[in-house]
Design a binder for this molecule. Structure first.
Ligand code: 5RP
Length: 220
């Protein structure tokens, strides 16, 4: 099966976590696009979706899925999103699509994070995928120096302005062995809006697309 077919498979599998009449948190990316398409085709009537990006909002609205403002809801049962990497405890690197800040906000509203990913995303240690970090532009150069001090090479993602008007640094050379401590530390650096390690908001479940079908990994 191709990677695209695996994404379709897990996008469809995520429907089993969607309850009719509920409000669903929706992430961003090519795997989530498959979920959105599957949801629209399923006929499951949800009360609405809280979206993590303009990209997902536009796709859902085009398919007739009502999108609600995050500020209008006081909680979500489930948040469904992809990942760039996920480890065996459900910690993730996210932000390849530059939506990490809103993804973390919507994930934080949800009782359950369901990650949908093809098997290539499962890793032993986070860090091979360049870590996205959303930064306030005036702090970017100092944050590049801070990463250099811990062995990371941070590069500005050219031509990208996030939905929040900020910039993305992509950091290579890291091996993130304690994701919870790393996330807490980097999040405190002045000018960091969001670091793309999702440890505090790790996945509860991962639907992993493999050649043998969808494997369900449960972490909590
Ligand atoms: C966007 C994300 C995505 O979930 C991540 O990049 C995975 O994307 P894809 O499903 O296209 O592989 O974090 O900010």
């Amino acid at each position: 099966m191709t990677q695209d077919e695996l994404k379709t498979l897990v996008g469809q599998a995520a429907l089993r976590y969607v309850e009719a009449g509920s409000i669903v948190g929706v992430g961003t990316g090519s795997t989530v696009d498959k979920f959105i398409d599957a949801l629209a085709a399923s006929g499951i009537q949800i009360a609405g979706a809280v979206s993590s990006s303009l990209r997902s909002t536009e796709r859902m609205q085009a398919l007739g899925i009502p999108v609600l403002d995050a500020a209008e809801v006081d909680g979500l049962g489930v948040y469904i999103d992809g990942a760039d990497e996920i480890d065996h405890a459900g910690h993730m690197i996210k932000g390849g699509g530059a939506a990490l800040t809103r993804e973390k906000i919507v994930a934080d509203l949800a009782q359950r994070f369901v990650c949908i990913a093809d098997a290539s995303k499962l890793v032993d240690v986070l860090g091979k995928f360049p870590l996205p970090v959303e930064v306030i532009p005036m702090a970017a150069a100092q944050i590049v120096r801070r990463f250099a001090a811990i062995g990371g090479v941070a590069t500005l993602r050219a031509g990208v302005v996030t939905d929040n008007g900020c910039q993305i640094l992509d950091v290579t050379g890291l091996q993130i062995r304690d994701p919870l401590a790393f996330e807490a530390d980097v999040n405190q650096w002045p000018g960091v809006l969001t670091v793309g390690v999702f440890a505090r908001n790790r996945a509860d479940v991962c639907l992993l697309g493999t050649a043998e079908g969808v494997k369900t990994l449960s972490f909590k």
